[in-house]
Design a protein around this ligand. Structure first.
Ligand code: AMP
Length: 552
């Protein structure tokens, strides 16, 4: 830390937090504060301006949310007058949605006293106006949305605001919000407490710091950008495209991947390719990319977090999420593409309880690897990253390993080799090849169109148009896709004969009773149970090694 504070670690109950907050924290299952929470909560409660730099997944949302709620409860003890006391700004609708969810979870025991409203969704201003007249205690918004409401006279923070938080501050400027932020500050009181949270301390954050913070405490966690190897394991597996597809399908169909998984690819088309490919095997996934309308993205994150889907296929948009780093877009070139400024994809978005990240395509640089890997091992959870690496991608792997290992013991390699004997899953390969080829470019395009069509059907704004023009709706409904990928039922079943004998116990495929008996008695199974904290340990084909040892 920057500050030389040699205090002993604090626990939540030692932070003078209201019982209702402590109960909510207990309900969330958070036993101890993360490092950033332990440092930030007392400082914010003391009334200090704080600049937080912490890696994604470090628990920084709660680090500012908990003291903000506590302070509102404190204000409520001295006044009965309802006012908006806190404004939380974030660069995208998804992040606002997520922050609001954390606030709702943390205020579950005091929801009558502390009201929180997310105004980032792009509804008509007039729809949100009545909600704003109730003066929610906390407003969460993107800078642009907040300013729109202020200019429309729906919010007046000039006299009442006590706390301003800007989350993912480094993205705020790069998302093109500079003008809005400056204009917005004119509508805030002259004195308020401010908190900036950011994953990097870029030039943008420094300028934001100048205009927003007064005499701040800067907390730079002396943490590596990624969780330690005891918490996050990195595997790599050399494979070319079709082998990657085979391995992916084998791992999923044999249930060798445990827990929630994010599969990363490098392009939007590839997202759909993987989704359509896996669909043929009866593996349901949802896709995530910045070209999807924000409503679908928020919906997907929520569905994933609620367990409706266990697998997300995501293409990350580096240019949107790496400002201030080696690959940062130049200021003048920002947002050339015609995308929704209020939306971003993966940084900061909390896909909860992700056990595995699979890099189907290897990321193009170290920041991208870090952002992807940061989706797992969040809070105090365990996680694994498995990267498929083709010959072409090998130099990238070396480059990234070298960068991540800088300053560390050179003799220990960061990436463990993931044991997978492709020759033992030949039958999977045949199936995988067919299924992979079945997903043509046209099929991918149709899948993307289908998604857009679905959005049109669900669009509230078009509802009245379709009511007046039902024929148009019918045409759209019957405009069938030309080349969809046929789901072949037989592919979703895995017959016992194609499962390598060494994997039967692990995958649980086989005769029901035998499986039960074998699984219970198997050493491997108990080892997996014992190691269940590391989800990819279960993906190691230890069966091969054991069997070979026995034969020898
Ligand atoms: P954040 O960095 O705020 O996006 O948080 C990352 C994840 O850590 C979220 O899924 C939180 O639910 C989780 N989390 C936050 N604080 C704690 C804590 N004290 N203990 C365990 N998990 C936490």
């Amino acid at each position: 830390m920057d500050e030389d504070q040699e205090e002993k670690p604090l626990n939540f109950h030692e932070m003078e937090l209201d019982d209702r907050i402590l109960k909510a924290i207990a309900k969330l299952g958070w036993a101890v504060p993360t490092l950033i929470q332990e440092k930030v909560i007392p400082l914010v409660l003391e009334g200090k301006d704080v600049l937080i730099r912490a890696r994604t997944g470090s628990g920084k949302t709660a680090a500012f949310a908990v003291p903000v709620i506590q302070k509102i409860l404190n204000f409520k003890q001295t006044t009965t007058h309802q006012e908006t006391k806190a404004l939380i700004l974030a660069p995208s609708k998804e992040l606002c949605n997520q922050i609001c969810k954390v606030l709702k979870d943390l205020t579950i025991k005091c929801s009558r006293e502390v009201k929180c409203l997310d105004i980032a969704p792009q509804e008509d201003l007039t729809i949100q106006k009545p909600l704003l007249t109730e003066k929610p205690d906390i407003i969460v918004a993107t800078p642009a949305r907040c300013l729109q409401h202020i200019l429309a006279g729906n919010i007046n923070l000039k006299k009442c605001l006590e706390i301003l938080v800007i989350d993912e501050a480094d993205l705020v400027f790069s998302f093109g919000y500079e003008a809005e932020i400056k204009q917005l500050l004119d509508h805030l009181p002259s004195v308020y407490q401010a908190i900036l949270a950011s994953a990097t301390l870029s030039e943008d954050v420094k300028s934001l710091k100048q205009i927003v913070l007064h005499n701040p405490v800067t907390l730079k966690l002396e943490e590596p950008e990624l969780a330690p190897s005891s918490q996050l394991t990195h595997y790599h597996l050399k494979a070319e495209e079709i082998d990657k597809a085979t391995i992916l399908c084998t791992l999923l169909k044999l249930h060798l991947i445990r827990g929630k998984t994010i599969i990363f690819v490098n392009t939007v088309d590839k997202c759909y390719k993987i989704r359509l490919y896996l669909e043929q095997f009866g593996v349901r996934t949802c896709v995530m990319n910045s070209e999807l309308p924000s409503a679908i993205r928020c919906h997907s994150v929520n569905q994933f977090n609620q367990g409706v889907y266990d697998i997300i296929v995501a293409s990350d948009e580096k240019s949107l999420e790496s400002p201030g780093t080696e690959s940062a877009p130049e200021p003048t070139k920002r947002f050339k593409r015609n995308k929704d400024k209020n939306s971003g994809v993966s940084r900061g978005i909390d896909f909860q309880c992700v056990s595995n990240v699979i890099n189907f395509d290897f990321p193009l640089d170290v920041q991208s690897y870090i952002h992807r890997a940061g989706r797992t091992a969040r809070g105090n959870n365990q996680g694994s990253v498995l990267s498929f690496v083709s010959m072409k991608e090998l130099p990238l792997l070396e480059k990234i390993e070298n960068k991540l290992k800088q300053g560390q013991d050179d003799s220990v390699s960061l990436f463990k080799s993931y044991q997978f004997k492709l020759e033992e899953v030949e039958s999977f390969k045949y199936r995988a090849k067919d299924a992979w080829r079945a997903v043509t470019k046209i099929a991918v395009r149709e899948a993307r169109l289908k998604e857009i069509k679905q959005e049109i059907f669900n669009c509230q704004k078009l509802k009245s148009y379709f009511e007046d023009n039902p024929a148009d709706l019918q045409v759209l409904r019957h405009d069938k896709a030309l080349h969809t990928v046929k789901v072949q039922r037989h592919l979703s079943n895995v017959p016992e004969y194609i499962v390598p004998p060494t994997l039967k116990n692990l995958s649980g495929i086989g005769k029901k009773n035998k499986r039960k008996r074998d699984y219970q008695s198997s050493n491997i199974a108990s080892k997996i149970k014992a190691k269940k904290n590391n989800p990819l340990a279960a993906m190691q084909f230890e069966g091969f090694k054991k069997k070979r040892k026995k034969i020898a």
